[in-house]
Design a protein around this ligand. Structure first.
Ligand SMILES: Cc1cc2nc3c(=O)[nH]c(=O)nc-3n(C[C@H](O)[C@H](O)[C@H](O)COP(=O)(O)O)c2cc1C
Length: 421
């Protein structure tokens, strides 16, 4: 018997898990008794182009090739789905949407090739295609043999012995077009169960937004300005700062906060596949993310236990009638959701491609200078928001399905009634 999905997370074994240093691992186990005798073949493919256990996405494509391919496996049947459903988030991710992002002009229109019958998902693999329209590969000729400081050029070449210098190939953030489309599907499923994911920009450079109630931030507040910061006065200063760094041929980093509300207590696993661990991996797998924290995050280092603990209180409105007075735990305890809002933050570095000349070396190690042409985001944060939301939604829908599959009626009894219809 070939096994691909196993619910509990007590063994590191599944596709994509690191099992040995070589390119693939095959483990064979013969069960002891006749009743349970079966052959387990675990094939773990290293390249890491897939993500998720029950709700699983696979992406292919490069920034300056013909386009991108997305496969979504494990989507439940009967979810209304059309290309239009994917467009709002794809437009939020798209380059060229405002003066503070890359000016590459792509329509980013999805073509659904499979998995939808008469307007609803049919339970089979959903295939979605995106075509690249506005690649200008000649912009990258000058850096063909030079490594950009801070980018993936050197490490990709060190691993594969070549690199696709045109727009970074597989390392390009354009790959996230697939994740955002998959995330839009995940959000639809989550919404049917009263779960909502919203992200926003919390900090750019040293400008911090004041957001006292992360769980009450709305999509409309986020979309009210081009930097996606719900604090209007901070947003104006952020826009001015991005314009300033762009004029200096430079770039700037920041922090995005991601919030999931309506998550019932019970999603996650107690050991390796903790909800916090899967969220950390999901978000750190996005390009340019260098830090992850949730709840009080690194602030816990300065706290005493008596200050840090969130006290349990009766909460009649909560799914299980129990909640916490504060939410320093960021909605997760022991790797499992508590029912309080899940609040994560990620630090996103400044764009590494700069038109300002910098010192570097050629592929053969000779010192040289590099100045990148191309069209680059002077600050990655405004376009990062829908990407972060997508990865959070993908993790939550995967754990939702795992919870339903493993805990059955217990999970069903704790779900929030459908409020979205
Ligand atoms: C929304 C977004 C847009 C990006 N656009 C660019 C870009 O225009 N130029 C660039 O050099 N890097 C860009 N990046 C970042 C690179 O893809 C990333 O820094 C690079 O692949 C190296 O990976 P690492 O930073 O995760 O180590 C972007 C990242 C995000 C999230």
């Amino acid at each position: 018997m070939e096994t691909e999905h196993v619910q509990p997370d007590n063994i590191i074994h599944s596709r994509g898990a690191v099992l040995s240093g070589d390119c693939c691992f095959v483990g064979v186990s013969l069960a002891a008794t006749a009743a349970f005798s079966c052959l387990f073949v675990y094939i773990s493919i290293m390249p890491g182009n897939s993500f998720g256990q029950l709700f699983r996405i696979t992406t292919a494509g490069v920034s300056h090739g013909p386009g991108y391919l997305l496969i979504v496996d494990g989507c439940p049947p009967g979810i209304p789905l059309s290309e239009e459903d994917l467009l709002p988030d794809l437009r939020r991710r798209r380059p060229g949407q405002s003066q503070v992002v890359s000016q590459r002009k792509e329509e980013d229109l999805p073509e659904i090739w499979s998995g939808v019958f008469e307007g609803k998902t049919d339970g089979t693999s959903i295939g979605i295609l995106f075509r690249n329209r506005d690649a200008r590969s000649q912009d990258y000729n000058d850096i063909k043999d030079k490594y950009r400081p801070g980018h993936a050029d050197f490490t990709f070449d060190a691993k594969y012995g070549f690199r696709d210098y045109r727009g970074s190939g597989r390392s390009s953030a354009r790959e996230t077009i697939c994740r955002v489309a998959a995330g839009a599907i995940a959000k639809k499923i989550l919404a049917e169960h009263g779960i909502r994911v919203v992200g926003y920009v919390k900090q750019i450079g040293s400008i911090q937004a004041h957001i006292p109630e992360p769980a009450s931030v709305t999509l409309e507040q986020v979309e009210a300005n081009i930097v996606r910061c719900p604090d209007a006065s901070a947003a104006d200063r952020m826009i001015a700062l991005i314009d300033e760094v762009r004029r200096d041929q430079d770039s700037i980093g920041g922090v995005s906060e991601l919030v999931a509300t309506g998550v019932p207590p019970g999603l996650g696993e107690p050991v390796f596949d903790k909800l916090k661990a899967d969220l950390a991996k999901a978000l750190l797998s996005l390009p340019a993310v260098v830090g992850f924290e949730y709840g009080a995050g690194f602030g816990v280092a300065e706290a005493r236990g008596s200050q840090n603990n969130d006290l349990f209180v009766p909460k009649p409105e909560a799914v299980k009638g129990i909640g916490t007075l504060t939410n320093r735990h960021g909605g997760m305890l022991g790797g499992i959701s508590s029912g309080e809002p899940i609040v994560c933050r990620v630090a996103v570095k400044p764009t590494s491609s700069l038109s300002k000349p910098q010192k570097t070396v050629t592929r053969t190690g000779s010192p040289t200078e590099i100045a990148t042409k191309g069209r680059h985001d002077p600050c990655l944060l405004p376009r990062f928001v829908p990407m972060g939301e997508a990865m959070m939604a993908l993790v939550l829908v995967d754990h939702w399905l795992r919870w339903q599959a493993q805990c059955g009626s217990l999970a069903k009894s704790r779900t929030v009634p459908d409020i979205s219809r």
